[in-house]
Write a protein that binds this ligand. Sequence first.
Ligand code: AFP
Length: 407
Amino acid sequence: MKLLISALLLSVCQGFLAPVPSTFLSRKTTSPLFATASPPATARKTPVFDEVCETTGVTLTRFMIEVAMLNPELSELPSLFSGIETACKAISNMVKRSQLTGLTGYAEGGGSINVQGEEQKTLDIMTNDVLKRALRFTGKLGVLASEEEDTPVDVEPSSKEVMFDETSKYVAVFDPLDGSSNVDAGIPTGTIFGIFDHDEECVVEGEPEGLSEAEMVCLTNTLKPGTDLVASGYCLYSSSCFFVMTVGCGVYGFTLDESIGEFVLTHPNIKIPETSKIYSFNEANLPQWDAPMRETVEKWRVGEGKSGNRFSSRYIGSMVGDVHRTLLYGGVFGYPSDTKNKNGKLRLLYEGAPMSYLMEQAGGLSSTGTKRVMEITPDEVHQRVPIVMGSKGDVQEVLDAYKAAGM
Ligand code: AFP
């Protein structure tokens, strides 16, 4: 097997020079090496591995090294991924042990409110900190924006802390513990991240309150549309801990093998089924949704939609868990606009855009109903966006309904 992997990698490395012999194409990874859904500006290459072994297979670290080898413009991404990977392992442990270590409940016994007026759980604050620390020490981050931070935070490390050649190449946005309102009941939660290129000229010193206008402009360079994402992904803390990511050439899923402490490739080149029988919404809000959304779901309930399938409902109320199931089983997940919340509930920069990138890379669609989520430029860090994402055929049915209603 080792020999075959080396041969495969060699063929892929030679990408442009020599065609990859068809016998070298992975049995599991049958799609082309290049992404088909919303290709990035420069087509990226992804390693092809012939077999996925459960305990000694391809680790995330190894996978990222191969990705960087094949795509020299991404050469600094593996160290950043390694920071995120470490944070995910630490967070997975914290979540798993929270009932035993007293990390449950609200921060400061209640009363700690984030910028969006939501009460913060103890774990919200701690996981935010874990991520910040893990990323800071990669030496690759310029600016961070997080659900738990009021404004983007500059994490330019002091020279003492830098472990690698410092270039501040990327901007990371993340939701450290999405679904945290569920965490004390043992419901799945997750970390979502998105990575953009960073303007290397932008260096910010000091606290957000005392920044010059130029520094504020610098900070707001996190405000980019999803089409500018270099990479995105999530960690799901559930029956297993999963790490699912894209760098613009398909979606790859890794499972934490606790016996060796490594994420191992278990879901190469995830493709979402084109049509489905599952919808995943907070249906209590259905009476307030836009008419096209409401009517489409009402048809699905009774098997009168386009596919004729009678749909079932599956809703955890934790986006990472709901999107993970949707990617694997097919379906439609959403948090649509309603009469009370015109922009739905989910945050564009660190929930909507990173998850839409994954969804599109897996062959699905993600829209507000009238607009591709990936193309929306945020006006502010914590902006919300209505979302309906998932299996192509079913999401398209929603989009057609909006169009037919002249919206
Ligand atoms: P929390 O992080 O406050 O638990 O919110 C989770 C979330 O942002 C997202 O993960 C869910 O899909 C959505 O909110 C659930 O919202 P509802 O509770 O209104 O259904």
